[in-house]
Ligand binder design. Structure first.
Ligand code: HEC
Length: 156
């Protein structure tokens, strides 16, 4: 019964909504694809607090808010950036150029981001915007000679 009623209502919404409704739908789908990408491309593993040690159970509200866990090696100590705060500094166009040309210190797999298709980069941007700002900035980069505060991992 329900299914029978739903079909004419959807048709009506489609007629009234025109382009606007279609546009909004595409954006949501793109952001949803961005969510899928950050899950399978491993962005959460480093950029989301405790994600890789709790089996991906960190609530989405905290996703991509950066980590205070240091990665210490010959390059110094790096911290995975809070991407939800960072994305506010970019328009979508700027983000695409930035992600295509980004060079970062280990263990950030920047070469992966450089090679991502433009449509996928746009999806990640839209997902970050949809999530909105949260959390605080990750600790600042430290030079090699400086011993970082715990917790941190040492390479090699
Ligand atoms: C193995 C851990 C790791 C993974 C996986 C990872 N990142 Fe990173 N990311 C880092 C670290 C650490 C930094 C900081 C590098 C630095 O200070 O130079 C960083 C930096 C960045 C930056 C640059 C931020 C800035 O300050 O300019 C962007 C953008 C970024 N990551 C996006 C992503 C995206 C998108 C993904 C998934 C496709 C991802 N990262 C996967 C660890 C990681």
């Amino acid at each position: 019964m329900k299914a029978l009623i739903r079909v004419p209502i959807l048709a009506l919404v489609g007629l009234m909504g025109g382009n606007l409704a279609v546009g909004a739908e595409v954006d949501t789908a793109s952001a949803e694809h961005g969510k899928y990408l950050v899950m399978i491309a491993g962005c959460n593993d480093c950029h989301t607090p405790a994600y890789s040690i709790n089996g991906g159970q960190t609530p989405e509200a905290q996703w991509l808010t950066g980590e205070a866990f240091g990665w210490h090696g010959p390059w110094g100590t790096t911290y995975a950036t809070n991407l939800r705060l960072q994305v506010r500094h970019f328009t979508e166009e700027q983000w695409v150029v930035y992600a295509k040309t980004l060079k970062a210190r280990p263990p950030m797999p920047w070469f992966g981001l450089n090679n991502m298709h433009e449509a996928d980069l746009r999806s990640i941007y839209r997902y970050l915007v949809q999530l909105g700002p949260a959390g605080k900035e990750a600790p600042a980069y430290l030079p090699p000679e400086q011993k970082p505060p715990a917790p941190y991992a040492v390479f090699p």
